[in-house]
Design a protein around this ligand. Structure first.
Ligand code: AMP
Ligand code: GLY
Length: 440
């Protein structure tokens, strides 16, 4: 079968790497891809948003399955369009993708289904949003409704910061239409984890747990980024928590989409905050203390980046068969199997990211870093310039290492990172340390 992956980051490189191991795969294409994917797939020079030309390409090449990496094409309705034209595509429809494309939609659905989540209100008027914040006090979270490339969430620790965020979104309209509505949400405290599932519209299969590191600096400080690292499994997601999340989050959402007449097919990602139990119950062993206390922060309708980079090396199943089982609605016949190892991803970025940074820096050391067979290098922002590999983005490389236990995975990964160099490279040195503490 010929497969086309849409996207260009580390997540898509990891998907390409995993799909290329399938005996079912005849030829792999990726649009627009990156330099790292060239050895696995044929690069198609079409942007993810260029639906018409992508469709033409799929027809011409008789593509058997299209796999969509990022959220934007899904919220723009690529699945609906391609399905209508008889092209098999993995990913939710435009209606279902609202779960990520509109935070108000997601929060209203969570409220309707009694899914644990922070208290919130949705506003279309800046004055009303400001009145609400004045009444609720800080800290408080201000989120633009639509997609904002990870920049639409402000955790305001002071009243001026909260007001400034509302002003930025609704008066200055920095995010355009995405900020016509804002969600103002209770500020939750705790540890985050990512729980991702694959669904065919009826059956839900949970992936192994994972956790990413959103902040740029060590110790989880500084601005949010697309993700500076990840690890799997996430020890805070115990089997009991996993079961509860399946029953209280994924199953109700999938049933609700069916009831609405728009089955959800694809990856469904719940960003979870494990909130600590109330102070009064921390030392008791009663029923309240044993509650998991998770709350859903957000839904995504795709795999996470960089979570994918630590999940796919652990997945034993053939990914192509798995995706086809979901598209063809026979996921009930498939069980997921995971390698009993830990996996860590360290993102190497350009200094200055997520703000201003330089590109075009020559990258060396990748072959040396890959000498260990437990190391995978998934590219994000790279390109070829003459015979060199050079940086071409904020997040440049994902160094992924697997091992028996978190310590082994961490030591292998950082050992590989040490072999790579480019001018002004930056990475966090504390990826996975929280998990290592829990599992020690
Ligand atoms: P979201 O796009 O909604 O996941 O938000 C991005 C990030 O902002 C999350 O991963 C959290 O780190 C943080 N965040 C979102 N909502 C909240 C909240 N209610 N309380 C605390 N932090 C939050
Ligand atoms: N790693 C977070 C995300 O993919 O949205």
């Amino acid at each position: 079968m010929k497969v086309l992956i849409i996207g260009s980051g580390g997540r898509e490189h990891a998907i390409a790497w995993k799909l290329s191991q399938s005996p079912k795969l005849k030829r792999l294409y990726v649009a627009p891809g990156n330099a790292g994917m060239e050895e696995l797939a044929q690069i198609v020079d079409l942007a993810a948003k260029d639906q018409e030309r992508l469709l033409k390409f799929c027809k011409k090449e008789s593509i058997g399955l299209v796999v969509v990496g990022p959220e934007a094409p899904l919220t723009e309705g690529i699945a609906d369009r391609f399905q209508k034209e008889g092209i098999k595509i993995f990913g939710p429809t435009k209606f279902a993708a609202q779960l990520e494309g509109s935070k108000a939609f997601a929060k209203e659905m969570m409220k309707k289904l009694s899914i644990p989540t922070g208290e919130f209100e949705v506003f279309t008027s800046a004055d009303k949003a400001m009145d609400y914040v004045a009444k609720k006090g800080v800290p408080i979270v201000v989120k633009v409704d639509g997609l904002a490339g990870g920049k639409g969430v402000v955790i305001a620790q002071s009243m001026p910061k909260a007001m400034e965020a509302i002003h930025r979104d609704m008066v200055k309209k920095v995010f355009g239409k995405a900020g016509e509505k804002v969600v103002i949400e209770e500020c939750l405290e705790g540890e985050e984890a990512s729980v991702i599932a694959i669904t065919d519209g009826t059956t839900v299969r949970l992936f192994a747990s994972s956790q990413d590191h959103k902040r740029i600096f060590e110790g989880d400080h500084g601005p949010n980024t697309g993700g500076m690292g990840a690890y799997s499994p996430a020890p805070i997601v115990t089997p009991a928590v996993e079961k509860e999340i399946l029953e209280k989050v994924f199953m109700p959402v999938v049933r609700e989409f069916n009831a609405l007449g728009h089955p959800f097919k694809g990856f469904l990602y719940a960003g979870i905050m494990m909130t600590p139990p109330p102070v009064s119950s921390r030392h008791s062993t009663g029923p309240i203390a044993s509650q998991s206390g998770f709350k859903v922060l957000e839904f995504n309708v795709r795999l996470g980046d960089p979570e994918t980079q630590v999940l796919l090396p652990r997945l034993k199943n053939d990914l192509l068969e798995l995706l086809l089982a979901a598209v063809d609605e026979r996921l009930s016949q498939v069980e997921l199997e995971w390698k009993d190892e830990d996996c860590v991803c360290v993102v190497i970025a350009s200094q200055g990211y997520p703000e201003e940074y330089e590109v075009g820096k020559k990258i060396v050391g990748i072959s040396a870093a890959k000498e260990d067979s437990d190391i995978h290098i998934f590219h994000a922002g790279t390109k070829h310039r003459a015979n060199d590999l050079v940086t071409a983005g904020g997040r440049v490389l994902n160094v992924v290492g697997c091992g028996r236990g978190m310590f082994e995975a961490l030591s292998k990964t950082y050992h590989a990172v040490d072999k790579i160099f480019f001018d002004k490279m930056y990475y966090r040195k504390d990826i996975g340390h929280k998990a290592a503490k829990i599992t020690r």
